[in-house]
Design a protein around this ligand. Structure first.
Ligand SMILES: Nc1ncnc2c1ncn2[C@@H]1O[C@H](COP(=O)(O)OP(=O)(O)OP(=O)(O)O)[C@@H](O)[C@H]1O
Ligand SMILES: [Mg+2]
Length: 255
């Protein structure tokens, strides 16, 4: 199998705290992989390692067979240009109108290309079901669900080959979450993109995933097709999928 992304032996510690302890994971072209795992298990750290925002201590991340770890300057920018990203919490810039947020990466953060960029932003707003008038609002003037849609519009605006979604539905009611899930599926399919999503929302997992991988104790402890999620035979996966307090994963009740 030719892999779009192939992660091997990835390790990252912060001081004495080991977060990633040898992650092995591959994503095929056009596949939608969802990573599940408890809070603080290192899901966002894993994503940031792929994006080159955090430097891993060891291991390899291959993009179409080419090493991403250690890339700098122009080579890193070229690799990143193939990625779209929806950050946990949206991470929209409140100082900029919505349309500038959507085209931020396309203009490399510079404020050029006014009319053309605004038009492109509105096209992408339409794809996520928002009206053109939203383009001129500030992110702070939008509801949480609208902010997620804008963040999705930003993630797809550059027509990336690979899109990362970090908790795309957190904080939304179940109906709005379902709308975002459907939009993600639709837009990823329309672009023919490869998608890697992180979520604790099981409805999201079932909606978005072709394949699921569970991160626990710094490693991928289970992976399989979404159809096998309910019969994984893995106690950790079972506990997570059913949201049980009792199970192999102990959670301090004060946390
Ligand atoms: N830049 C950093 N410096 C130090 N520690 C960090 C840094 N980034 C993350 N961590 C730590 O790494 C661990 C994993 O964090 P991460 O954000 O990846 O968790 P997560 O699995 O995404 O959790 P959640 O589901 O709550 O988003 C946490 O203990 C966090 O405090
Ligand atoms: Mg996270």
């Amino acid at each position: 199998m030719t892999e779009r992304l192939k992660i091997s032996g990835l390790k990252k510690a912060f001081g004495s705290k080991v977060v990633l302890d040898g992650v092995d994971l591959s994503v095929a072209p056009g596949e939608s992989l969802v990573i599940i795992g408890g809070s603080g298990t290192g899901k966002s750290v894993l994503l940031k390692c792929i994006l080159g925002l955090i430097k891993p201590d060891a291991g390899s991340i291959l993009l179409d067979g080419k090493e991403l770890v250690g890339l700098k300057g122009r080579a890193l920018e070229e690799a990143r240009a193939r990625f779209g990203m929806l950050f946990q919490g949206g991470a929209l810039f409140d100082s900029l109108p919505v349309w500038r947020n959507i085209t931020f990466a396309l203009t490399q953060g510079k404020l050029g290309g006014g009319a053309q960029m605004r038009k492109l932003a509105i096209e992408n707003l339409t794809k996520v079901g928002l009206e053109a008038r939203v383009a001129d609002l500030r992110p702070s003037e939008l509801s949480g669900g609208m902010q997620k849609r804008v963040a999705l519009a930003r993630a797809i605006a550059a027509k990336p080959e690979i899109i990362f979604f970090d908790e795309p539905t957190t904080g939304l009611d179940p109906i709005r979450a379902d709308v975002i899930n459907a939009l993600i599926r639709e837009q990823v399919t329309a672009l023919g993109a490869t998608a890697l999503t992180i979520t604790h929302d099981m409805a999201s997992v079932r909606h978005i995933a072709d394949r699921v991988a569970m991160l626990h104790g710094g490693r991928i402890i289970w992976q399989g097709p979404v159809s096998e999620l309910d019969s994984s035979g893995n106690d950790y996966v079972d506990q997570f999928v059913h949201g049980r307090r009792e199970g192999p994963m102990r959670v301090a009740t004060t946390a």
